[in-house]
Design a protein around this ligand. Sequence first.
Ligand SMILES: [Zn+2]
Length: 141
Amino acid sequence: MHTIPHCPECGAPLVDGMNCCEMLGAILAWEWSDPELMQEHFLTVASYNLQHPAQFTNEMLTRLGEVYVQRLDNQLPIAEIRRRMGQATAGSTRVRKPEAERQPTLRHWRMTIANVYLPNQPVGAAGRVRAWAAAIRRERG
Ligand SMILES: [Zn+2]
């Protein structure tokens, strides 16, 4: 088996052999026993997606970036985020690029999902998600 030591998109190292997608799954699993983390579900998924943009269309990334900033800066309610993203993804609008059109580009970030997923340390994950999102917000400008 060939393993990639770092994520080709966000630059995060593998953690316990887990890639970014697997770390995201582990964090989402923690939500079930952590209501505070559950409340940050949007930030967790959106932060992951914004650091792994190759799979998405530009239109989708623009919309996601807008509600992300609104959430962080103005506490945009989740219901409103769902409404806006629902409009963006309604009907035939394509959200994801076909596999063949995806071109992952490495970008280095101050914080990645590897700073949020600490093996066997679910305590404090919500705070780590908020710090991660704040770092992305600053770096995105
Ligand atoms: Zn990654």
